[in-house]
Design a protein around this ligand. Sequence first.
Ligand SMILES: *Cc1c(COP(=O)(O)O)cnc(C)c1O
Length: 449
Amino acid sequence: MPHESARDAPPAAPEPTSDVPDIPPETHLGRRDFLLAAGLGIAAGSLVPAPPPAGIREAKASPPSPSGATSRTSVRSRHARDENPHDAWIEVNSDAIRANAREVSRMAEGRSIVAVVKNNGYGLGTVAVARALDALPEVATLGVVKVDEAFELLEAGVTTPILLMGLAPPDAEEELARRGVRLTPYTDDAPDRLSRLARALDRPVPVHLYIDSGMGRLGMPDHRALPWLEELTASRAVAVEGTMTELAETEYDDEQLRRFHAFAAAAREAGFPLGRLHAAASHALFFRPGSLLSAVRPGLALFGAFPAGARALGMAELRPAHRLRARIIRVERLRPGDAVSYGRNWIAERPVWVAVVAAGHADGYPRRAVDGCRVLVGERSYPVIGAVSASHTVLEIGDEPSVSLGDVATLVGPDDPAIHPNTISERAEISVYDVLMHLGGHLPKVVSD
Ligand SMILES: *Cc1c(COP(=O)(O)O)cnc(C)c1O
């Protein structure tokens, strides 16, 4: 069997490109603690003591609680008891999220932002990313799709208005509306439902109308929306704060926008206020300058990743806002002919050191990363070989054992171009959304303020 790593370049020299402050791994679990907790039998005296955490103001951990909510429990006080040192974790950089929001605001020429934090905050944690964005003047609204996420944000005490971009069962709808969450009606029964809801609340329900201008997913089709809106407003059921549509991100976007504008003009002509119009997600910020309307509605860009094809345009400086990290739990020298992982599809041709990282596809590191992706350990990145299995990833280290048991490996992050989410997306030939949103909900999070 051919030596598969022949196509891989030798370990690249470090190319630091990020000024995102480093969150020292010691705030999670020091290497000495790791080796002791893991019972790896290394003489503790041979280790350099962990330096004190520097460069972060506060570290918070989010234990994988049933609700998934973050807590302010000190990381250090809990790891020794209930943290398995073999677990992977995520570090979330709140400053990077805020810097990205300001960059989005610049691209949108100051238009307000509906910040989309759906699907577990794109993998970074709904509450963690919402807290980073809360109280930023650029962010007018936080958008979620699932009812539970709206409740999670309410429980966390987030003060920015929340927009639920999906339907809720009637009892949840009433509680959400009572607690100030903006609804996005689009169904034929919305006039009935919302007039009942308005009576229950004794006031009009604040909403953003959801219009389908040609993407064919959610929304009231634009060609049926005017009579529906008449019905919706007849009983003073709603206070329309905004009106949204979604672009399918094809050449048809311009036609979708034309249809959306035609509906808006007809509605206004008929005397229906529509509030702020919004259509642009991250893709449109880069590729549809005519779609920015009165607010923009990005998710991906806030977390420092680019829509496909946008990174090379040089239009924005976005910084990945998270790291996926895990420890090295095995370092071994293979003999020629020894194989690595499932399928035995990587065979050592010469004596070579390999290392096992305690993170795999069940944690959200892509299975396909084995085709050309690299993992950073210290200053150098190393090729992924063999297979990415559920909980483990194997690296080719080379002729010298330049990594040690307990070292922190960074699988995704801002620290080196090789581990940038867009690089991983390109090399693994998967959507960049999957690199973020498939991060395991179970992963502990270390959040820097
Ligand atoms: C996910 C989502 C967005 C944000 O999309 P990105 O491509 O991540 O910027 C905007 N609007 C709606 C309705 C969405 O579901």
